[in-house]
Design a protein around this ligand. Structure first.
Ligand code: SF4
Length: 364
């Protein structure tokens, strides 16, 4: 069974005669046979009660965190992958209770052979769930640049991991633009607890105090005119997201992006898996540690201002998107990363507006 292969450390209750684990009765409905033990609590539940509990927990996250006010028009960042598929499905179920309306917004990064298939999955979901869908493309938003073109430009630059560095910044901007296009008041993304823990680890490993300081909490309130963003699945483990998709029979796109193997995130993911094997609470502990992190005044990054080129929130003269695009347009993509940005910023005021005003550009 594919699910067992995907989740080798989840205990499934089989009830088979020679099984090491005969299926107990569901601890919630006390009627059906349990199908699984919840990874964190060990509670034995049937598929239906597990999905109901999962939805109730997401509802609690949204209400307790005051993430989505009544009447919100919510742009759901839809990639066709498991997280955004589950997020859209859960929010669709909760929409009447929350009094919100949903609009799927998908970003076409221009990754041949990968994103086309993922977008087909999003279109299928939108049609099946009768949700409006808008697709925005890097090529249209960023002066003809696609991720494949960025990858060709950065090839041989000695920064093999830079594809995801560029993509993360541009995708955040593209999602903001798509959300504005459809009149959304809020943006939600499908990041789960494992994603957040990986991000916290990466920020620690890079010594990026600024992102650590901004990375906690369930979302951002929308500084500098940006739309408020939140992550309703931030406290849900990846395993439970996969289980929910399985028991709700959701179809999603599960192939990995062609540029993903280069990403630093993969190392953080491997490290986190080993940490979790030794300490099962490691994922949530990392998420909560970021929420509670307080930086000493001397370590705090300066208050962000406005990008001198496009007006978006920026902690330096140029926002990350303008800096990255500037480096690409000059044929010097490395200039936009790390210390190279200083050279760009000295010249920033004379550039033209390359992207519309949008948001702060941190990884999440
Ligand atoms: Fe973009 Fe990297 Fe994700 Fe691919 S793996 S979609 S390049 S961020």
């Amino acid at each position: 069974m594919a699910l067992r292969a995907a989740l080798p450390d989840v205990a499934f209750c089989t009830g088979e005669a020679n099984s090491a684990m005969p299926a107990p009765t569901c601890a919630s409905c006390h009627t059906a046979r349990a199908n699984l033990r919840r990874p964190r609590s060990g509670q034995a539940l049937c598929g239906t009660c597990f999905c109901n509990a999962f939805e109730a927990e997401v509802l609690h996250t949204v209400l307790a965190g005051r993430l989505l006010p009544r009447g919100a028009v919510v742009a759901v960042g839809a990639s066709g992958g498991k997280d955004s598929t589950v997020l859209a499905h859960v929010l669709r179920a909760l929409a009447p209770q929350l009094d919100i309306s949903l609009h799927l917004v998908a970003v076409d990064e221009g990754i041949g052979g990968y994103r086309d298939a993922a977008l087909a999955a999003v279109r299928h979901q939108a049609a099946r769930w009768e949700l409006p869908l808008t697709v925005v493309a890097y090529e249209d938003l960023f002066g003809g640049w696609t991720m494949d073109a960025v990858a060709r430009s950065t090839a041989g630059s000695g920064r093999s991991r830079s594809c995801c560095t560029f993509c993360g910044v541009l995708r955040r901007r593209a999602l903001e633009e798509g959300a504005r296009l459809v009149g959304a008041t809020h943006i939600v993304t499908g990041h789960n607890a494992d994603d957040m823990a990986e991000t916290v680890l990466m920020n620690f490993l890079r010594g990026d105090a600024g992102r650590l300081a901004r990375g906690g909490g369930l979302g951002s309130p929308g500084e500098g005119g940006a739309l408020p963003r939140c992550r309703p699945l931030q406290l849900a483990s990846q395993k439970e997201v996969v289980l929910y998709a399985h028991f709700r029979r959701l179809h999603y796109f599960s192939e990995e992006c062609v540029y993903a193997p280069e990403a630093f995130r993969g190392h953080a993911r491997d490290l986190l898996k080993r940490l979790e094997a030794a300490r099962p609470s490691a994922v949530l502990d990392l998420v909560h540690s970021a929420e509670r992190l307080a930086l000493a005044p001397t370590a705090r990054p300066p208050r962000p201002g406005a990008c001198s080129r496009c007006g978006a929130l920026a902690s330096r003269a140029l926002c990350q998107a303008c800096a990255l695009l500037d480096g690409l347009n000059r044929g010097l993509p490395r200039l936009a990363i790390g210390k190279g940005r200083r050279e760009l910023e000295e010249e920033a005021p004379r550039g033209r507006r390359s992207v519309p005003a949008a948001d702060a550009l941190t990884a999440f």
